[in-house]
Design a binder for this molecule. Structure first.
Ligand code: SF4
Length: 233
């Protein structure tokens, strides 16, 4: 049965295509998520997007892109990155959380890109997941952005995608990993990359973690608002 609004009327059926269309207009004034902005600025090889994603883990969007660009200003090709020491990379990405481990991972990925893959990472999820520090979110986002949306076999689920799709009632899961599995089953494949591109700014500015702005949200008529307290409805 469809959920009810606070006025007692039944909610409209949730339609993902319509929801994403409404959100497209809503997020238009806001800056794109860091990885998408990075690619738009030309740092869009598979290695660059993967490195940008690793830098962004547990790091604010506002810090992620400047940090990635600081590294790329010094070295952005596989050979140039592999020629840096982990200590040099750690200094360059110092504004990122866990800079030390990330620096070692980035250096090793660059080394493998040169020595194992002839200077270019293949557009293959299993290959990316075997690299140090690369999980399903970064692998699929990097594939979608750098290789084309159809190259990503799964949804790149971050905390915004997990939270919002559960609030909609579109999926019902407890973890981003389970949300990935659930979305893979129900989300039309053409939206695998798009949902992340849209829900990151939507989650930062509208459907925020603590105080979602439901009263002005365009998705409200069909959103189940799962877990949203009465104060924010
Ligand atoms: S802001 Fe509220 S109505 Fe809009 S998607 Fe989030 S929970 Fe649903």
């Amino acid at each position: 049965m469809r959920p009810f609004s606070d006025d007692g009327s039944q909610k409209e059926p949730f339609e993902i295509v319509r929801a994403l269309s409404l959100i497209t207009k809503t997020v238009a004034p806001y800056p794109p998520a860091a990885l998408f902005q990075q690619a738009a600025e030309g740092y869009d090889t598979l290695l660059e997007v993967l490195v940008g994603c690793i830098i962004s883990i547990r790091t604010r969007d506002e810090d992620s892109l400047p940090t990635a660009k600081r590294l790329f200003a010094r070295a952005r090709t596989p050979n140039a990155l592999a020629a840096l020491s982990p200590e040099e990379i750690e200094v360059l990405i110092g504004a990122s959380q866990f800079a030390g481990p990330k620096a070692r991972q980035i250096r090793e990925i660059a080394r493998q890109t040169v020595e194992t893959f002839g200077g270019a990472l293949p557009c293959d999820e299993a290959t990316l997941l075997a690299l140090p520090g690369v999980g399903p979110k970064c692998a699929n986002l990097a594939l979608g952005i750098a290789c084309g949306a159809e190259a990503a076999p799964h949804v790149g689920v971050d905390i915004h995608v997990h939270r919002i799709t559960n609030r909609w009632g579109y999926v019902a899961t407890k973890t981003p990993e389970k949300t990935k599995i659930a979305l893979d089953a129900v989300l039309p494949p053409r939206y695998r990359l798009e949902i992340n591109r849209l829900l990151v700014p939507f989650g930062k500015h509208v459907c925020t973690g603590v105080s979602p702005r439901c009263s002005t949200c365009p998705v409200l008529p069909m959103c189940a608002q799962v877990g949203v307290g009465a104060a924010h409805r």
